[in-house]
Design a protein around this ligand. Structure first.
Ligand code: PLP
Length: 300
């Protein structure tokens, strides 16, 4: 089956799909993106992702290329044409193409690209059953990490450093010595007292759609939750650590910088939250349950 990509109003063969050489996404990283999970051929938390996308467009004053309903039609049609059952769809919107100049060009239309990817969910589940290693890396990103921009070079550098040290994720550390989040995930710990901790929303982390769903599930389970900053020392002393993201759901972290976390195996709470999230995602995609949406960072 040939792959099909949506580009600016057309469904194109993967090998032929292209954007303009002067696209501002290419020259200025002037664009945003979303990655949405697909289960059983349907979007997981589509509404929440599109709420975040719209807020991010507004924050950067990029025009909305189409209504939310029309975007959903494009995403679902791209999924249908690629016959993806389980996987993800990448949606990128840039300010558009124009002769290179820093200020916003007048009269250009945003570029829109959607690309699907099939994923073997059993392989992801098998990885989660093993857990994985993480490293610490300095957070070298800009001051608006609440916006999901395509300026991913600092994240790519941190992820590469992780790979080179046999780890799958980097926990980013801010100038004050606190962990912000993973390079492509939100970071969590479970303290010795059984409290679930993740960084509070603000300018320095992305409000993860998975993070929001996990918080709602944890609250429904009556778990003790704290949204606050934490340092690497707290991770080393924690009972468990894990990450959350659209593509990996809940991924247990068994070591940080080579030091074991808890008993160096996926924790009980991470494993339970992963199972709860998997059931949630499956029923949300089917429309049997409404999504927990996007938590807008307040006071910005
Ligand atoms: N934080 C960062 C920096 C990310 O890149 C991502 C996802 O790619 C996340 C958090 C997790 O967000 P979500 O759960 O919406 O995938």
């Amino acid at each position: 089956m040939s792959r099909v990509v949506y580009v600016n109003g057309r469904y194109m063969p993967y090998a032929k799909a292209a954007v303009h050489v002067e696209d501002r996404g290419f020259q200025f990283a002037d664009g945003i993106y979303e990655v949405i999970a697909i289960l059983g051929g349907r979007l997981v938390d589509g509404e929440g992702h599109l709420q975040r996308l719209e807020r991010n467009l507004d924050e950067l004053r990029i025009a909305h290329p189409m209504s939310r309903a029309a975007l959903l039609v494009v995403l679902n049609e791209t999924i249908r044409r690629n016959r993806v059952q389980d996987g993800s769809i990448y949606l990128q919107i840039t300010r558009g193409a124009a002769r290179r100049d820093f200020p916003f060009p007048a009269g250009i239309r945003p570029s829109v690209v959607a690309i699907t990817r099939a994923v073997d969910m059993e392989r992801v589940a098998a990885k989660a059953a093993q857990g994985g290693a993480a490293i610490l890396a300095p957070d070298q990103r800009w001051a608006r990490c609440d916006i999901k921009t395509v300026a991913l070079l600092p994240a790519a550098l941190a992820k590469q450093a992780a790979r080179e040290q046999g780890a799958f994720e980097a926990f980013l550390v801010d100038r004050d010595g606190f962990i912000t989040e993973g390079s492509s995930s939100n970071a969590w710990i479970v303290t010795k007292d059984g409290v679930l901790v993740t960084r509070d929303l603000g300018l320095s982390i992305l409000s993860g759609i998975t993070r929001g769903a996990i918080l709602a599930l944890a609250e429904a389970e009556g778990l003790r939750v704290e949204e606050r900053r934490f340092r690497p020392e707290e991770v080393f002393a924690a009972r468990e650590a894990f990450t959350t993201s659209t593509t990996a759901f809940v991924m247990p972290i068994t070591s940080l910088d080579g030091r074991p976390i808890g008993n160096a195996a996926p924790g009980l709470l991470a494993t339970k939250l992963r199972a709860l999230y998997a059931a949630y995602a499956e029923s949300e995609a089917r429309g049997a349950r409404s999504g927990s949406g996007y938590r807008t960072p307040s006071g910005l």
